[in-house]
Design a binder for this molecule. Structure first.
Ligand SMILES: *Cc1c(COP(=O)(O)O)cnc(C)c1O
Length: 377
């Protein structure tokens, strides 16, 4: 293969470009009708039994942070976060001044181990943030049961899981707030963007207000007669609103999402069938709809992960590690005495190989052949 195959590249076509141009020409560059249209379409897409409410934001990180705020998580509260995740999931808790309590994961799903999470609960624990790693859903029944038992708020980090189903319902139907990322490499790509969704519209309107300086947009309506200039700052908020240019990308990407996720599943199925069976470990299931944001593999002990990644690079294949567990980072290292047996073990041998809907069949085949060749040596 002459061209480098990156870990992921966005699947953006002329339709996205045309709608972005339309958004720019419309004169509404920032939050406006295209954002509302995206929010409505997202709610409609996710809806199972009950109505879903959505607010578009500038990132999943903002969604997680504002969800904590809206659910009234405060300084000195404790929030349980899996150690196997990106920096964002934990740092938003630190921003609040609350305590991050890191939890170990399950070996095959890489998702939070709910039984271990229960052991970490104290009378200060107020929330838990499960992360659906690689697009495979957490055990939401166990999470919900735990939350009910200890009166915890549940905020899902669904950065990898737009379109994922847990049993017969899409992620977005299960907790207090679900946060999605539309970052460039995610399954639905805007470049930068995110959303918070909930069945509780009060929470979503609270997040909307916090995303724009604590200004109540209803204030515009209430005082319509006094002119469009009126606004009321009801509390201290932030600046995290989604703009129309990114929303335009999102509207078209959302329309293509099922096709793109299906393509990922097709690639995953080819990997599962054809990669050396020493490597494939990750969970798949007929019960859930896995959207394969990532395809992690695990190497046998005889092969050094870092050398393997180098060798892939020499063969024009991108690879990466998702994630370096939080408890191994300088900042979080000395902040807990919890044990992370599974995360420590998995981390040594894991890597993610290329996975995105824009990959060609030839690229997928080349990745498999190259990996099997290296492993066979
Ligand atoms: C990408 C990612 C985020 C952050 O998403 P942004 O939209 O970039 O803020 C959060 N959590 C996980 C697990 C991620 O992979």
């Amino acid at each position: 293969m002459n061209n480098f195959i990156p870990l992921a590249r966005p699947d953006i076509g002329d339709e996205e470009i045309d709608l972005v141009v339309e958004a720019i020409k419309s004169g509404w560059l920032t939050t406006g009708p295209k954002v509302t249209e995206f929010e409505n379409k997202l709610s409609e897409y996710l809806k199972a039994d009950d109505e879903i409410f959505s607010v578009g934001l500038n990132s999943c990180t903002s969604a997680l942070f504002l969800a904590l705020k809206a659910l009234d998580i405060k300084a000195d509260d404790e929030v349980i976060v899996p150690t196997w995740t990106f920096a964002a999931t934990a740092q938003v808790v630190d921003w609040i001044g609350a305590k991050v309590v890191l939890c170990d994961i399950e070996e095959n799903s890489l998702n939070i181990d709910v039984r271990k999470a229960e052991k970490l609960i104290t009378n200060k624990t107020k929330a838990i943030i499960p992360v659906h790693i690689a697009g495979y859903p957490c055990d939401m029944e166990a999470v919900s049961k735990l939350a009910r038992k200890y009166n915890l708020k549940v905020i899902e980090d669904a950065a990898h899981a737009i379109g994922t189903s847990y049993r017969d319902k899409k992620i977005g139907n299960f907790s207090d707030v679900t946060c999605f990322s539309f970052y460039a490499t995610k399954n639905l790509a805007m470049g930068e963007g995110g959303a918070a969704v909930s069945k509780n519209n009060n929470i979503i309107e609270k997040i909307r207000k916090l995303s724009y300086f604590g200004i109540n947009k209803e204030a515009f309506k209430r005082y319509e007669k006094s002119g469009r200039w009126f606004y009321d700052i009801e509390e201290i908020g932030y600046k995290a609103n989604l703009d129309s240019i990114h929303a335009a990308l999102g509207i078209v990407q959302l329309k293509k999402l099922d096709y793109m996720n299906q393509r990922r599943r097709e690639i995953a199925s080819y990997y599962r069938k054809n990669l050396s069976n020493k490597l494939v470990f990750n969970e798949d299931s007929n019960e859930h709809y896995h959207t394969y944001h990532l395809f992690p593999i695990r190497l046998p002990e005889s092969i050094k992960r870092d050398d393997f990644i180098e060798e892939l690079k020499e063969n024009n294949i991108g690879a990466s590690v998702h994630f370096i567990p939080l408890h191994l980072h300088t900042f979080y290292k000395n902040r807990s005495n919890n044990s992370f047996e599974v995360a420590d073990k998995v981390y040594k041998s894991i890597l993610s190989i290329p996975m995105c809907s824009a990959m060609s069949d030839a690229e997928v085949k080349y990745v498999v052949e190259t990996i099997n060749k290296i492993i066979g040596q």
